[in-house]
Design a protein around this ligand. Sequence first.
Ligand code: DAT
Ligand code: MG
Length: 238
Amino acid sequence: MSSQIFRSVARSAKAGLSASRSSSVGQGRAFTAAAATMISSRGKSNYFASFFDRAGSGKPLMGWLSSAMAVPAAVYMLQDQELHAAEMERTFIAIKPDGVQRGLISEIISRFERKGFKLVAIKLVIPSKDFAEKHYHDLKERPFFNGLCEFLSSGPVLAMVWEGEGVIKYGRKLIGATDPQKSEPGTIRGDLAVVVGRNIIHGSDGPETAKDEIGLWFNPNELVSYASNAEKWVYGVN
Ligand code: DAT
Ligand code: MG
């Protein structure tokens, strides 16, 4: 019970912090939307208000903790699930022209979907070379940069944003090492690709890159915040 409360408190603080830090494209917007969805769908209109009141009151953490002790465990468990939505991160994932042409879209999407991550944006685009250069700007000194950008802009790319706890790091695990010769079997590149120049998929490599790449490929209004029915079964603390 006390560790449950502590986790809730820690998550509340973290959610509040990340909401105040993030930009309109990133999690701040998701936080607001998710909070609004939860408030309207469950009618628990005073929870978030009371959290922010408490956070803003300057009341010492221990004071908050001791008043929290009076709240029944079941209420905390609900709040805990709701707070999961507030701390979800997003990553940019793209199936490159080789993956699209080889008919691997459904295979790749299903791996993210079956894991429990949530699709929040998707579109099929043929990027210009200029756009590809922006996407891969950090590699512009590498000898393969031109060929890489030519290739990315040579055909349809399936651009997506996936959401979930730890999705940036775990998305990279699902994808596997950059060179498919070194990717583990069981990963997307390990199972479905052979050479580094045709490694079929891109995934953001960290929170900053994810934010930048989502902002480059999508307008904020193309990102869809919604409550998934599966979430209450994908997330939970015992
Ligand atoms: P990743 O896509 O795993 O994040 P990266 O950002 O280092 O890898 O490189 C971007 C893409 O560039 C990569 O998916 C394939 C291509 N690439 C990387 N290293 C390469 C190399 N040595 N030769 C040819 N293409 C390469
Ligand atoms: Mg990369």
